[in-house]
Design a protein around this ligand. Structure first.
Ligand code: MN
Length: 419
């Protein structure tokens, strides 16, 4: 009987995007995930880190996590869940309810586990999975995000040393799993790290110690590892061209630039010895992400305003959390002084929420000396710096009233702030 797994990661419960909460999107995703796990008759759900957006998640974010675990259990009583900690999580916070969650078939490895003597407890990184008949069908190396303090200090001197030490820890855990493994049982690894040649998003993945300069090689997983469920990168992708070494990506866009991603859950079918069959299931997006201009990379203010005015009107009972995220980029020939006000005005009554306004209009070059050495700074008049700044930011000189107010402020500053 094949073993069916669902692979997900990087939920970032509690996330906010440009000050907007994501609770509703997360709620819709978790409801979908329960239904999907039932439809797939999943034997296990693997959650590869970054459950929460922060180490100190809100009560609401924690409630979303725990109520998901319960709903899944009620809907699919035989399902196993394996949760590992990511770089955003507090591993110890995830571990705190570990013994309670184990009663519900949820295995948690939040932080790299240690025994009573303080040594790494490799055995606790290895979790058995049972199939529908109750027999052990797979062994999972449930590796959480590895922090520098988890590694021997001698390894920390170089990126190479860090990579070697991380590999050694994976090797130890894989060796432990291989020792337990019987013929016909699958071997699975989980990880929350940066693997080489992986494609990152521009903003939302925090550069961690295993960043570009210390990426892990996909080849560290030998051919006997049937599937590697990775977290950390928000774009779903294969690693090193291997179909069974995968990032599943985040379930919702965590940055405006991630709007083009196909957010997905991976379903993995393992049948005794044959290669894993991996299928991708797109997650329905409940809140749209729009960018203006839509079809082009650059548009003038007039063109942008025309597109904004063509947006659908706001429906009377549409709350903020229902409104599409809107990313507006203006690329004009001169800087527009009251750009934000013009954009806001065009959006009155439209069914979209301005998340970001970027003025990509090229700034004229500064006329100030390129490098102001410390001893020459005194030679630059504050008013010249102010005029240069104002002109570049606002596209023209300040009015007489603004300039006179600037001179008053400067005078105050020079006279020690006395009125
Ligand atoms: Mn993440």
């Amino acid at each position: 009987m094949p073993l069916r797994l669902l692979h997900t990661s990087d939920w970032h419960l509690g996330h906010t995007l440009h000050d907007r909460e994501r609770d509703q999107e997360h709620h819709a995703f978790l409801e979908w995930l329960v239904a999907h796990a039932v439809a797939e008759r999943a034997d296990a759900v693997l959650i590869a880190g970054d459950i929460f957006d922060s180490a100190n998640p809100s009560a609401r974010a924690q409630a979303a996590y725990y109520s998901f675990l319960r709903r899944l259990r009620v809907a699919l009583p035989s399902v196993a869940v394996v949760v590992t900690g990511g770089n955003h999580d507090s591993g110890h916070r995830l571990d705190a309810p570990r013994s309670l969650l184990e009663e519900l078939g949820v295995r948690v490895v939040g932080a790299v586990p240690r025994d009573a003597t303080g040594a790494i407890d490799v055995g606790r990184l290895v979790v058995p999975l049972t199939d529908a008949s109750g027999a052990v069908a797979a062994w999972v190396v449930a590796m959480p995000f590895i922090r520098l303090q988890d590694l021997p200090s001698a390894a920390l001197g170089s990126a190479d040393g860090v990579v070697q030490a991380v590999r050694a820890l994976y090797d130890e855990a894989l060796t432990c799993a291989r020792a337990a493994r019987q013929p016909g049982q699958a071997l699975i690894a989980m990880g929350h790290a940066w693997f080489e040649a992986a494609q990152a998003s521009s903003g939302s993945e925090r550069k961690v110690q295993l960043g570009n300069e210390a990426a892990l090689p996909a080849t560290m997983f030998a051919d006997d590892v049937d599937y590697v469920a990775l977290g950390h990168l928000h774009l779903a992708q294969r690693v090193g061209g291997r179909d069974h070494v995968r990032y599943c990506g985040s379930p919702i866009p965590l940055a405006l630039d991630e709007r083009t991603y196909t957010h997905q859950v991976l379903s993995v079918e393992l049948a005794g010895g044959s290669p894993a069959i991996v299928r991708s299931h797109p997650i329905p997006r409940t809140v749209p992400f729009w960018r203006i201009p839509q079809e082009r990379t650059a548009a003038s203010l007039a063109e942008v305003l025309a597109e904004l005015q063509a947006l659908p009107p706001r429906v009377p009972n549409q709350g903020l959390s229902d409104l599409p995220f809107l990313d507006v980029v203006v690329t004009d020939t001169v800087r527009i002084p009251n750009l934000r006000a013009q954009i806001d005005e065009a959006l009155v009554g439209r069914g979209a929420h301005l998340a970001r306004l970027l003025d990509a209009t090229p700034r004229p070059p500064s006329r100030l000396p390129a490098h102001l050495a410390k001893d020459s700074l005194a030679e630059v008049e504050p008013e010249a710096i102010f005029l240069d700044y104002w002109e570049r930011e606002r596209g023209g000189p300040p009015t007489e009233a603004v300039l006179s107010r600037f001179r008053q402020v400067l005078d105050l500053a020079r006279n020690g702030g006395a009125p």
